[in-house]
Design a protein around this ligand. Structure first.
Ligand SMILES: [Fe+2]
Length: 346
């Protein structure tokens, strides 16, 4: 097995390859460095088979979509990933194969709901869940310090002590560590109970990364920012969230809300289906089509829908800015709607 970190910067991208089959996996490629990755693949004589994004990144644009387009490699992310263009959704416990190399997926949420770690032979790629002598912040939308603790202590710390830890970021010049070393000396986790960890993480008071919305919303939607004028953080936070059962209850009223589904056409008709009567306006077309096609909804209740509730929060903020006054977001999107066992059309 060949394993290289390619960026040599704070943000890490790993190339993992089977030298027999000459096939490769890229983990967490960064957008500005696609040329470097294609060069490395050519240099080593490898065909890119899979791209894994360990989570929806908030601090940089992912190169995964572009590289999948160029190479035909499969883009792999957790089932809860909001992006419309994931080729293969995985859950914890699944095993993927690239030549003779086996990749075991561990669901390690908390930094984001879609965070995974990838266990390969004697090493584990921990994304932003477990960092070297640190852990990923858990204060973004969908973050959860308790879940993060459970993933780190209950899953990653169950791997053999000698397992090499390879995170998606390192801000302090560390290059690698082991599970045993992190268990003993990780300053956030070692010796702390779950409650102590939650308390610590809830009081870090970190500033938001610069340009978070410029990275996060395009990564969630796979749209360019010049196609959609993405709302600000404050505008996103102002969108009211409604759980699936609450949306369902409102649909039974005499004057039910108008449903606007902002996913892509394939998703609307795909595995998660859609709610009966939902009008399909993909997020990238909402600015143009919304005012025209939803003119009857201006003073009506509107519920915006997507896969995981992230793109639709963007859609909800856009509709609010267009003058729609009673906009709600389906919290958790069609994933939670399906998980709640509510009816779908296909
Ligand atoms: Fe991250």
């Amino acid at each position: 097995m060949l394993c290289r970190e390619l960026n040599h910067s704070k943000c890490k991208t790993y190339l993992v390859a089977c030298e027999n089959a000459r096939t490769a996996v890229l983990i967490d490629p960064v957008r500005e460095k696609e040329g470097l990755y294609l060069g490395a693949l050519a240099y080593f004589g490898l065909r890119l088979e899979m791209i894994v994004d360990t989570h929806t990144h908030a601090d940089h644009r992912s190169g995964a979509h572009d590289l999948a387009d160029i190479t035909g490699a499969q883009l792999v992310m957790h089932r809860k990933a909001p992006s419309p263009h994931v080729d293969r959704h995985v859950e914890g416990g699944e095993r993927l194969r690239c030549g003779n190399v086996e990749l075991e997926i561990l669901h390690t949420p908390g930094h984001t709901p879609d965070s995974i770690s990838v266990h390969v032979a004697d090493r584990v790629f921990t994304g932003d869940a477990l960092l070297i002598h640190g852990t990923g912040r858990a204060d973004f939308a969908g973050g959860d310090p308790g879940e993060e603790y459970d993933g780190i202590v209950g899953k990653l710390f169950k791997l053999p002590d000698s397992t090499i830890v390879l995170p998606a970021h390192d801000y302090r010049g560390h290059t690698q560590s082991t599970i045993g070393e992190e268990k003993r000396s990780n300053p956030r986790v070692a010796g702390r109970t779950r409650a102590e960890y939650i308390n610590l993480m809830n009081n870090l008071n970190l500033a938001l990364p610069q340009g978070i919305q410029e990275a996060l919303q395009p990564n969630e939607s796979d749209l360019e920012s010049d196609v959609v004028n993405f709302p600000t953080y404050a505008q996103l936070n102002a969108v009211h969230q409604l759980a699936p059962v609450e949306v369902r209850a409102r649909l039974e009223r005499a004057s039910p809300p108008i449903l606007v589904d902002v996913r892509e056409n394939e998703e609307y008709r795909g595995e998660l289906g859609h709610i009966a009567g939902a009008r399909l306006i993909p997020l990238g077309e909402l600015a143009e089509r919304g005012p025209r096609e939803l003119s009857d909804a201006k003073d009506h209740e509107v519920v915006v829908i997507c896969r995981s509730g992230m793109r639709s929060t963007t859609g909800g903020a856009m509709l609010t800015a267009m003058g729609f006054e009673r906009v709600w977001n389906l919290k958790g999107g069609m994933l939670e709607w399906n998980d709640a066992g509510l009816p779908v059309d296909r």
